[in-house]
Write a protein that binds this ligand. Structure first.
Ligand code: SF4
Ligand code: SF4
Length: 676
């Protein structure tokens, strides 16, 4: 786990063509102010040393840099900085030395091979590169060699450029550089793919050339190859985050702290250009989905490298959708295959060809289902212990099964969370109580709602207070009914109404008189009929992409959060009976004193919402948060977008995609690809 302090957000003195932070810049989500005390307080809460990060962290005031590094030395004994190196001066090197700061520099090669790390025009770009090269030499001479990050692309890693790179790396080696991390290009924009992306074959050729080069440079490590061999041996304790089933909602390896002290995730996951804060708990929906989804559908099912690779970094996922595997699959497969062959020739037995691989995979999958992320090495050592009869008592305790939906929400900001989290937690209770209030106006019919067992005593008491009767029937009496509480807690269908109505409804159900039972429920007949048919997702979701009208309050896209006025799916988004029922429901809620809750509900129903399902993982996005959860495995992509009626959602983020506001602050109306 690494703390990344980002005082200036994504602000940078360069404008690298391929920077993975560009979506945030394009969305207008810059921030240039910081509060050192708030950042330190958050860093202390997380604990451990920090890396100063950007954008470009050397844009900070020099006094603040010194303040942070001195604090890092005092609290952790050292700190680090990741910089583009252009701004490094003597006084910075002095700071690094005095406060034990490890330096990481991003550079893609010498002179013109570094041109993709752009600085306004080609002259300034070359000047910047010269400054970085000189800073590297001075650091080696006057302090300690920095670690380097090199991204491979057309500008530095095509066949004609590899010899130049090899010479440069030899020179770096002679200067004392020992740690060099190679990155494959992350493509977030079509123009980057066109101008800079290498083909899979070119990437593999470049990686293999660097692997050969490493053999001739004693002590110099290109982290990648050693990590991949370690993975094939089941030694994954120290491998990088990209091999460790990274959850894009919590990015365990990166604990970002923004200038205002707010938590944030690894920027590689911000495809919408929105810097979401961390969800409360980690989840592994992506890895369960990839394990089960055929490779032809962008999953990893059946791949013998899955145990090691796990679909790799979610920031490099196909189509920018984290539910897909990495777009560099071919490269990793070839590289793993090459290393695997070399290991076998050297008399080693990689995990890929050992029968235990299947069981290890299964154990990782079971752990992800429990909400745990296990290392291969721990799983392997448990497996050996079981085989040798040794105790298996040292495994990590199982995490609670079935994390609440609320805990897989990632908010767009801390202020959005503070404003809305409690409201969303309160709304389901209010909607349950409204079942009783609705029942108090009914004649021969009953009001119903799927509820958890724990809510029943409270609701029954409320019913009695209103002179009504209450009952609880099994969930199957109301197929496809919507539970407005977390899954795993559902007990049954709550009925409220006059004593004789509840008794009649119960009797009808118990005698198998389904028609008679349905007739006693205060629900639109058309919707009841629709609900009795098998539906596995919100209506409309059978289409690849649909839009739903803006002005209605009966959609169930927010039902996973506990927000649905109707207890069942409406049969269509514009069902007049359902609309009428929703209008009456709201009118009654106002009369019964739920004015605050009603205002929140009106807000929720005014939001634009996108709902999508891919590989059995559903993601719901609103301008204030995104959330995800597992649904029935279904490889067919499905998408619903609801425009909403809010001109601007208070506290809503700007982003590059629906449902976020455009960078200019305008609602997105037409770019969602389906006719209006
Ligand atoms: S998104 Fe990728 S780079 Fe970022 S922490 Fe996760 S695996 Fe690492
Ligand atoms: S190599 Fe490809 S198919 Fe195999 S696990 Fe990695 S991304 Fe998935």
């Amino acid at each position: 786990m690494g703390i990344e302090l980002r005082p200036l957000g994504v602000a940078c003195n360069l404008a690298c063509h391929y920077c993975y932070q560009n979506p945030q810049r394009d969305a207008g989500n810059h921030r240039m102010t910081y509060d050192l005390d708030k950042m330190k307080a958050e860093a202390l809460r997380i604990g451990g040393p920090f890396t100063l990060f950007g954008g470009e962290p050397l844009l900070m005031r020099f006094e603040d840099l010194e303040n942070l590094f001195a604090w890092g030395l005092e609290t952790s004994g050292s700190s680090s900085i990741q910089t583009n190196g252009v701004l490094i001066e003597d006084r910075h090197i002095d700071l690094f030395r005095r406060y034990k700061v490890s330096v990481g520099i991003s550079i893609d090669g010498p002179s013109e091979l570094n041109d993709a790390r752009w600085a306004r025009d080609s002259e300034r770009t070359r000047q910047s590169t010269a400054l970085v090269e000189s800073a590297i030499e001075r650091l080696c001479r006057e302090y300690e060699p920095p670690g380097l990050i090199v991204t491979l692309h057309k500008g530095n890693a095509t066949a004609d450029k590899l010899p130049v790179m090899a010479n440069w790396m030899r020179r770096l080696h002679s200067l004392g550089i020992r740690s060099l991390r190679l990155h494959l290009l992350e493509v977030d924009h079509a123009s980057v793919r066109e101008t800079l992306a290498l083909t899979a074959r070119e990437n593999v050729q470049a990686l293999l050339a660097f692997a050969e080069l490493q053999n001739s440079l004693p002590g110099m490590y290109f982290d990648l190859f050693d990590e991949m061999e370690a993975l094939l041996e089941g030694r994954d304790q120290k491998v990088g985050c990209t091999w460790r089933a990274c959850d894009p909602y919590t990015t365990e390896a990166v604990q970002g702290i923004e200038g205002n002290g707010q938590s944030s995730n690894c920027g590689r996951t911000n495809k919408d250009g929105v810097g979401f804060i961390k969800a409360r708990v980690a989840g592994y929906e992506r890895y369960l989905a990839l394990y089960r989804t055929p490779q032809a559908e962008n999953g990893c099912n059946g791949c013998r490298f899955f145990l090691m690779c796990k679909g790799q970094c979610p920031g490099t996922s196909i189509d920018g959708d984290w539910r897909n595997r990495t777009e560099h699959c071919e490269e990793w497969k070839q590289l793993f295959g090459t290393i695997e062959r070399r290991m076998i020739q050297a008399g080693k037995i990689p995990l890929t060809i050992q029968p235990m691989r299947f069981e290890l995979e299964q154990r990782l999958v079971e752990a992800w289902e429990r909400g745990e992320n296990r290392s291969i090495s721990l799983t392997l050592s448990e497996w050996y212990k079981e085989r040798t009869g040794a105790s298996n008592g040292e495994g990590a305790p199982h995490a609670a099964i079935g994390a609440l939906m609320q805990e897989r929400i990632s908010w767009v900001s801390e202020s959005a969370r503070q404003k809305w989290e409690e409201r969303l937690l309160k709304l389901p209770g209010m909607m349950e109580e409204m079942t009783v209030h609705v029942a108090s106006l009914l004649g021969q019919q009953c009001a119903v709602r799927l509820i958890p067992e724990s809510s029943f005593p409270r609701l029954r008491e409320l019913a009695i207070m209103h002179g009504l009767s209450a009952g609880l029937l099994p969930a199957e009496v109301l197929p496809q009914s919507i539970c407005i509480r977390a899954p795993g807690t559902v007990s049954g269908v709550f009925l409220a109404g006059r004593e004789e109505s509840v008794a009649q409804a119960k009797a009808a159900w118990e005698s198998g008189n389904l028609q008679g039972f349905r007739a006693l429920l205060a629900l639109p007949a058309c919707c009841l009929l629709h609900a009795s048919q098998v539906v596995t997702a919100p209506i409309g979701a059978s289409e690849v992409a649909v839009e739903i009208p803006a002005s209605i309050a009966v959609h169930t896209l927010l039902a996973p959060l506990g927000i649905s006025l109707l207890p069942i799916e409406p049969c269509t988004f514009d069902c007049l009976s359902a609309l009428d029922m929703a209008a009456q429901w709201m009118e009654l809620a106002a009369k019964r004193g739920y004015s605050s809750e009603l205002a929140w509900l009106r807000d929720c129903f005014s939001w634009p919402v996108s709902w999508s399902e891919l590989h059995g993982v559903t993601e719901v996005k609103t301008p204030l948060f995104r959330m995800c959860f597992q649904t029935a495995p279904n490889s067919r992509p499905r998408m619903i977008r609801r425009r909403g009626i809010a001109e601007e959602v208070d506290g809503g983020a700007r982003g590059l995609t629906f449902p976020y506001l455009s960078p200019a602050g305008q609602p997105r109306l037409v770019e969602i690809g389906v006719a209006q």
